[in-house]
Design a protein around this ligand. Structure first.
Ligand SMILES: Nc1ncnc2c1ncn2[C@@H]1O[C@H](COP(=O)(O)OP(=O)(O)OP(=O)(O)O)[C@@H](O)[C@H]1O
Ligand SMILES: [Mg+2]
Length: 478
């Protein structure tokens, strides 16, 4: 987009961004002012034209009368009488700028300037001798209409031209008169505009009120407050829209209730699944430890006695190898049994169990681990919380081993009043947010969230590619 269009787009968006209320008021006031100005302008032109025509017509007539009045005085050469007439007229009419009376040879008989008149004034408007003519003069004092009227001595048979009388009429007074009229019209228009603004305001309010209510209602819905209902203000389109809104809010409320019910059932089911899984794990762990492990230990003891009675070195070595394999199997069973349900968790609590788990993890997977707490690690929590947090830490550490390529993993517990904060952090490759979406192939993170949800905690997983993963959990423990 070019700079010019960007600017236009900016203005357009700013204008469109204002509220509907302001738009309605703005458009109606704009239209009223626009047409008001145009009307004033047209009135001015029409008034000016007709007033000027009137003025000139009147002065033309007056001029003819004056010419008629002074005919005798010219014949009698009564210069004093002519001068008195001129002075009287100038004193009488304020829009009369000058009077010039000339004989047929354009010699000045008398004028309001005296016998010497301005040169440029003398030269104009004398080409139509014997006929009336009007010209417009632009002067420092504004426009002046110069009206030339022949002084005629008329008898039934003859018409003798004695000279010309020129009258200078100021336009200034027309403008002043027009301005006075326009001012009155403008004032009247101002009252109309004020009244129109008031009416537009009421109209805008009537239209805007339901729109504004609907907007607020939709905002409430977007915040999940489905209980909101609006009162339809009339049976027009906006009223119908309000009714539709109410229906929508109602069905959303029902849907939300159903969803909440389903969620409750889902969480209960989840709890059940998790607890039966935990029971199963505990049973398996016990079986492995108490039965299989015991059996292997008995086999090991029996082998030992066989090894003792062996005659040949070769046979002794064979027994030793079998014993080593059994030792390995015992270690493996021990590890699996610990993963399933470490007895230390039940006997000494979460913090001791995690510390041991981290030590085993470090030995087994060769990833450096550390643990920090700001309280005594003998602290015991509710069994459900202990087990859930332990499983989450297990999953987080398994993920570190499986996905992170980290060299270090750190677990921190901070107790602040009755809130326990847990941070599990690694220095591995991290991941992008989209990776752990609700993908059925990746259930570890989803499981963590479910467990935290069941025990009423909060979980936040922060990660950026190349910057490791930080899992922050907080839970109320009392
Ligand atoms: N510490 C980590 N470092 C790097 N990537 C991780 C880390 N933890 C999780 N991820 C990424 O997030 C994804 C989702 O993890 P999640 O535990 O949900 O699934 P998973 O480990 O792939 O499978 P499982 O269901 O067996 O746990 C992983 O596949 C991995 O890409
Ligand atoms: Mg996982």
């Amino acid at each position: 987009m070019t700079k010019k269009f960007e600017w236009l787009e900016f203005v357009r968006s700013k204008l469109l961004d204002v509220s509907v209320f302001i738009k309605i008021i703005g458009i109606s006031v704009g239209i009223i002012i626009f047409f008001g100005i145009i009307t004033l302008y047209i009135i001015r032109i029409v008034l000016y034209k007709s007033m000027t025509e009137n003025l000139l017509k009147t002065w033309n007539e007056t001029g003819k009368n004056i010419a008629g009045n002074i005919v005798n005085k010219i014949i009698l050469n009564d210069s004093v009488g002519i001068n008195n007439e001129t002075n009287e007229l100038i004193a009488l009419y304020k829009d009369l700028r000058y009077i010039i009376i000339m004989d047929k040879n354009f010699q000045i008989i008398d004028s309001s300037f005296g016998l010497e008149i301005p040169e440029d004034l003398y030269k104009v408007n004398n080409s139509n001798f014997g006929k009336s003519s009007i010209i417009e003069l632009k002067t420092d004092e504004g426009t002046i209409y110069d009206i030339a009227i022949p002084i005629l001595l008329t008898s039934p048979n003859t018409k003798i031209n004695l000279g010309v009388i020129r009258i200078g009429v100021k336009e200034k007074y027309i403008n002043e008169a027009i301005n006075k009229i326009l001012f009155k019209i403008a004032f009247f228009m101002f009252l109309i505009i004020m009244f129109s603004i008031f009416i537009s305001f009421i109209v805008a309010k009537i239209l805007y009120e339901p729109i504004s209510k609907l907007t607020q209602g939709v905002e409430q819905i977007s915040k999940g407050r489905y209980k909101v209902r609006l009162k339809p203000w009339a049976k027009d389109e906006l009223g119908k829209l309000t009714e539709a809104f109410n229906k929508m809010a109602e069905s959303l409320e029902i849907k939300e209730k159903e969803l909440a019910e389903k969620e409750k059932i889902r969480v209960k089911l989840m709890e059940k699944i998790i607890s039966s899984q935990e029971e199963e794990r505990a049973r398996l762990s016990r079986e492995l430890h108490d039965t299989v492990n015991q059996l292997f230990s008995s086999i090991k003891i029996s082998l030992q006695s066989f090894q003792n009675i062996c005659q040949t070195e070769k046979l002794k070595n064979k027994f030793k190898k079998i014993k080593d394999i059994i030792n390995q199997a015992i270690d493996e069973i021990h590890h699996i049994s610990l993963e399933l349900r470490p007895p230390i968790l039940r006997d000494f609590g979460l913090f001791r169990a995690v510390r041991k788990y981290l030590n085993d993890f470090q030995k087994y997977y060769k990833i450096k681990t550390s643990m920090k707490t700001n309280f005594n690690e003998d602290l015991r929590l509710n069994e459900k919380i202990e087990l859930s947090l332990f499983r989450i830490i297990q999953e987080a550490l398994t993920n570190i081993y499986k996905h992170s390529n980290a060299t270090e993993a750190e677990v921190k517990f901070f107790l602040k009043k009755d809130i326990l904060n847990l941070i599990i952090q690694d220095n591995g490759q991290g991941f992008q947010k989209t990776v752990h979406g609700n993908d059925v192939k990746h259930l570890g993170v989803i499981g963590m969230k479910e467990r935290i949800n069941i025990i009423g905690g909060k979980i936040n997983i922060i990660s950026k590619l190349g910057q490791g993963v930080k899992i922050c959990i907080s839970i109320k423990i009392k």
